[in-house]
Design a protein around this ligand. Structure first.
Ligand SMILES: *[C@@H]1O[C@H](CO)[C@@H](O)[C@H](O)[C@H]1NC(C)=O
Ligand SMILES: *[C@@H]1O[C@H](CO)[C@@H](O)[C@H](O)[C@H]1NC(C)=O
Ligand SMILES: *[C@@H]1O[C@H](CO)[C@@H](O)[C@H](O)[C@H]1NC(C)=O
Ligand SMILES: *[C@@H]1O[C@H](CO)[C@@H](O)[C@H](O)[C@H]1NC(C)=O
Ligand SMILES: *[C@@H]1O[C@H](CO)[C@@H](O)[C@H](O)[C@H]1NC(C)=O
Length: 292
């Protein structure tokens, strides 16, 4: 079997692979080993396994992984801003650099006390986004920690909440739709003020007398193809999406299994609030990737 000369980190879970194992596999490291602040370090406080991100009237903040990754799974547990979080957005996302960047987003849109958060997801490929979906959740995401994950390989991308798929984005390159598989991405988190659009269409503004707004992140698990700064990037990228010894390249992970198909259908029936694919007011032609 070919060995990449590039420095690739991978987790050898080679034999027992299945979705079941995928869902349980765990690579943990502490925050400062994996991440660094990219915005307002003084608003980011790590204590033990938890990292608190604060938004106040001075600043929001954000962190990013030191390494870039291409394919695999990245998870974090988050407990969102409690009480009045209207106008705030907490984000867990992955993005590459450059003009034609790739990006996968979870954006948690705050709300007034007692009103439900919404989760907005988006997929950018080669610089093009505009692929929003919005979901309600089946629990109060401010009451406890829940797990949010990205799984992606060169065939499919899943957005998971407590390991339940809420969204799938499939590779439709054969239909001329760019797919995020050429750029390694950093894993990032942030809290920021977005009261021009986030809550009830921007009608509800951030009430700064309720600040600071704090979201807590913890239990990071990154089980993915890592590109270190020394990697031969071209070769490493090719290998990340190709070598069979990487668990995410298993043929069985190109599609959802039956159980997860049921889960996704349940989420779509009960919790999907907005889908850009159905927004005929916004897109006169149905976006090409939406055709099944
Ligand atoms: C995290 O790892 C760094 C580097 O290994 C170590 O210095 C630090 O004490 C660790 N922090 C915690 C909270 O475990
Ligand atoms: C920001 O909040 C602090 C503490 O609540 C307050 O003292 C200060 O006046 C505020 N600054 C602005 C610019 O609103
Ligand atoms: C990305 O978009 C640019 C500009 O439209 C285009 O030139 C390039 O070929 C695209 N790359 C891929 C991989 O689709
Ligand atoms: C906030 O609460 C209102 C009222 O329940 C709801 O219509 C809206 O979808 C919720 N979320 C956001 C992000 O506005
Ligand atoms: C902001 O919160 C304060 C304290 O709860 C409240 O008195 C005030 O009415 C709120 N402002 C707005 C615009 O809702």
């Amino acid at each position: 079997m070919e060995r990449p000369s590039a420095s690739l980190e991978f987790i050898a879970l080679a034999h027992l692979l299945s979705w079941a194992l995928l869902l349980n596999s765990a690579i943990c490291a502490n925050f400062s080993e994996l991440f660094q602040p990219y915005w307002a370090p003084d608003h980011i406080v790590t204590q033990g396994d938890l990292t608190a991100l604060t938004l106040d009237n001075v600043s929001g903040c954000g962190f990013e992984s030191k390494s870039k990754y291409l394919f695999g799974k990245a998870s974090v547990e988050i407990k969102l801003v409690e009480g009045d979080s209207a106008g705030t957005v907490t984000a867990f996302y992955m993005s590459s650099d450059g003009d034609y960047h790739d990006e996968l987003d979870f954006e948690f849109l705050g709300n007034l006390s007692g009103e439900p958060y919404l989760v907005q997801t988006n997929v950018y490929a080669n610089g093009t986004g505009n692929r929003e979906q919005r979901h309600s959740l089946w629990f109060d995401p401010t009451a406890d920690f829940h797990t949010y994950s990205f799984f992606w390989n060169s065939h499919t991308i899943l957005f998971l909440v407590d390991n339940i798929p809420i969204r799938m984005f499939q590779n439709k390159e054969k239909n001329g739709v760019a797919y995020p598989r050429n750029e390694a991405m950093r894993i990032r988190g942030s809290v920021w003020n977005a009261d021009d659009w986030a809550t009830q269409g921007g009608r509800i503004k951030t009430n700064w007398s309720h600040s600071p707004f704090v979201s807590k992140f913890g239990s990071f698990e990154i089980n993915a193809c890592e590109l270190s700064p020394e990697s031969n990037e071209v070769e490493a990228k090719a290998n990340c999406g190709r070598l069979s010894r990487f668990w995410w390249n298993r043929p069985s992970l190109r599609k959802l299994n039956k159980h997860m198909r049921h889960q996704l259908r349940w989420v779509q029936a009960r919790h999907l609030i907005y889908d850009y694919c159905k927004d005929t007011g916004r897109f006169s032609e149905v976006p090409r990737e939406c055709a099944s």
